[in-house]
Design a protein around this ligand. Sequence first.
Ligand code: HEM
Length: 315
Amino acid sequence: MGSWRIWAVVAAVMLLELQVVVDAQLRYGYYDGVCPGVEDRVRTLTRRSFVADATASAAMLRLAFHDCQVGTGGCDASIMMDGNGGEMSSDNNFGVKRLDIINSIKSDMEDMCPTTVSCADIIAMAGREAVAFNGGPDIQIPLGRKDIDFSSASEADAKLPPATSSVDRMLSVFGAFGMTAEESVAILGAHTIGGGHCKNIQDRLKFNSPSAPDSLLFRTQLMSACAVNVFNVAVLNNDATQFTFDNQYFRDIQNGRGLFTVDNLVSTDPRTAPIVQLYASNEGAFFASFQSAYVKLTSRALTGNRGSVRSSCQQ
Ligand code: HEM
């Protein structure tokens, strides 16, 4: 073969590889050509469910984190797979709820454009809608995630950080998404909305607990809220403005009013305390870091030929 032919083959292979790489990436406006209007429709449907249930938006934001943190594909809708032994049977997913919202949006999408919009994209979009709905930034995210057909409780046990996580663990969890310390503290600021169950703060209420809240008043408030906790249903606010995505969370944790051990530790650790101070006094800085952090959180994904678009999120 002449040398020009060899070069032509090499160039063709390189082009093909480039094409695969391009195809295999998440893209802004991914559905524009194949199913126009998807993002608007998801916004309408999520907002409808957030209006009907005031706790649903926080649930969607937490769901996005738990989906992206577990599963070989990252944000791969593995959390949605029904069945014993799946992620939802892990104790670390205690309190994760309203998966029905994702299932119902999915069935709407199937009517619009069959087997085109992945469950993983719907979850990532629902999480960002939760932020905007509550007054936070309107985050643009690239799309094109694929779903996986595998879900494992033991993986969720191992990978989801517990309420008692150290700052080291928190930084390593978010560092694995490529987040800086600023972004890691910002993404934990998702705790500006929603709440948590007493079960997750019991350790802080024990006599002589090393992680007890510094504020005696706050500790007493937590103890009395959890004193009667039949069937584990009592829920405490994550911050003083649990329905507003703002920087109140950072002021609260600075004042010793962080709900979980991890929130409390982040406010005092020398690596993270200055960042908490920045966000407590500058909401714009928090929003800017949260946006880039959310894009990183939701960008660990299967794309191209890896994974598929399921027709039902549950199987
Ligand atoms: C080290 C990291 C994290 C830990 C240890 C942690 C832990 C927790 C715990 C224990 C709860 C309470 C669950 C319950 O009792 O029902 C919770 C709630 C919540 N988490 Fe996190 N979390 C972390 C990071 C994140 C991230 C990255 C996000 C989202 C981007 C997030 C969003 C939420 C939201 C919105 C709630 C409230 C859920 C609701 O009200 O239904 N968390 N988190």
